[in-house]
Design a protein around this ligand. Structure first.
Ligand code: GLU
Length: 426
């Protein structure tokens, strides 16, 4: 007689761990990949999906990378936390751009801002710690928090407040388990920008409550409008949280990167700046996970942050023009409500009034989308335009459209959306 086969336990049965299995795919990247694949297959798809500047990376940055490729020094491992000269340049750039004085040892260079966010939460959260997450939020924040064992607590704002949360809402969401406030201005996906006074109020509240703050400043140079960027001013009036509320510094992590400012999304260089103990902990994590960021990309980032802001000023001009065109055209569609974004490169219109309406289809009769996910799918199918549904950002009933693409494509894409959505019937 052979021994009985032991019963299969649910643990051995599970192929993907519960922790990783519970994470959903990044919707922004999925929409972008789908649009790019359709385009490669010859479909005339216009992608408003991922936030990715259409400009090439400026030449002087590319040249620095070419030189680095030829230098054997960069063919080797370098310190896991980043090239010392890049860390120093990031510290200098931070002082120049936001008035925040930090030491190079407080900088950790990461594979894009995304890894900085992941490592920051991993370094400060214990299981069950709550993080206040203003919503609509960028799709990857809650997943990073969950991966670290934390609990994201949404604090939702809508178009009636320009997608800005206030201290009263934060107060209502506060519990004894709250450890961190996530603060993002300019915001992805809404383009909301908080004024210096608002930043101060929120920061003081966080400091009073003894909270940590993770502030994502990746869109720092992409702000529009007179209140935020007074006419003739050389730069915008920075409202970096630890500068406006210095008492937060010992519990503040700033995340940033070169992707949006220098059209360097594919190079994958970001960083976090924080108190020494947290930076050390996050660096230890990175030393096991990925080691140093590609030295070629770090050399390019060094050229980027050491140079001036001429290139981003030019891009900002183009984004501002496209922003105005997009908001105007979207607002012409009955049922679409599009507040004017003041920063980043996204419009975040409410399409709640169009959910459940009937739209014509080229095949199989009409379609009544029951959610913004279904509406986005219809727009891709019928208009061949890729947009990201609000569900990805914690708020169903909205669409996110990036305006970081060429003017002609933008007009063509929004015209197609106008045409499709303009045919809504009860
Ligand atoms: N951050 C950009 C976006 O929101 C790039 C894609 C991603 O990483 O999510 O579209």
């Amino acid at each position: 007689m052979t021994a009985a086969t032991p019963p299969v336990t649910s643990t051995t049965d599970r192929r993907v761990s519960a922790r990783i299995g519970s994470i959903s795919e990044s919707t922004t990247l999925a929409v972008d990949a789908k649009a790019k694949a359709l385009k490669a297959a010859g479909r005339p798809v216009i992608g408003f999906g991922a936030g990715e500047p259409d400009f090439p990376t400026p030449d002087y940055i590319v040249e620095a990378a070419v030189e680095a490729c030829r230098n054997p020094k960069y063919h080797r491992y370098t310190p896991a936390g980043g090239l010392p000269e890049l860390k120093a340049a990031i510290a200098d750039k931070t002082l120049r751009d936001s008035g925040y004085e930090v030491d190079a040892s407080q900088v950790l260079v990461t594979n894009g801002g995304k890894q900085a966010i992941y490592e920051a939460f991993a370094a400060i959260l214990d299981p069950g710690d709550e993080v206040l997450v203003p919503a609509p939020y960028w799709t990857s924040y809650p997943e990073s928090i969950r991966l670290a064992g934390g609990v994201p607590v949404d604090v939702v704002a809508d178009e009636t407040t320009g997608y800005q949360i206030c201290v009263e809402q934060l107060e209502a969401a506060l519990t004894p388990r709250t450890k961190v406030l996530l603060f993002v201005s300019p915001s992805n996906p809404t383009g909301a920008v908080y004024t210096r006074e608002q930043v101060e109020e929120i920061g003081r509240w966080a400091a009073e409550k003894g909270l940590w703050v993770l502030t994502d400043e990746i869109y720092e140079h992409l702000v529009y409008g007179d209140t935020i960027r007074p006419p003739g001013a050389a730069g915008w009036q920075s409202s970096s949280l630890p500068v406006v509320v210095p008492e937060l510094r010992d519990k503040c992590i700033v995340v940033n990167g070169v992707a949006k400012t220098y059209a360097m999304t594919g190079w994958r260089v970001g960083w976090l700046i924080g108190p020494m103990d947290v930076v050390k902990a996050a660096t230890n994590l990175q030393s096991h996970a990925t080691s140093n960021v590609s030295n070629v990309a770090q050399a390019a980032a060094l050229a980027a942050v050491s140079g001036d802001l001429t290139a981003v000023a030019k891009m900002r001009e183009a984004f501002d023009r496209r922003r105005q065109t997009m908001v105007r055209m979207l607002s012409e569609i009955p049922g679409v409500l599009c507040p004017e974004p003041e920063g980043a490169f996204y419009a975040y219109p409410s399409v709640k009034a169009l959910i459940g309406k009937e739209f014509p289809r080229s095949s199989e009769g009409g379609k009544r989308p029951a959610s913004s996910v279904e509406l986005a799918a219809l727009i891709l199918e019928e208009a061949e335009v890729a947009v990201v549904p609000g569900e990805a950002f914690g708020t169903p009933g909205y669409l996110r459209l990036s305006y970081a693409l060429g003017d002609e494509d933008l007009v063509e894409g929004v015209s197609r959306i106008q045409k499709l959505l303009g045919q809504a019937r009860d």
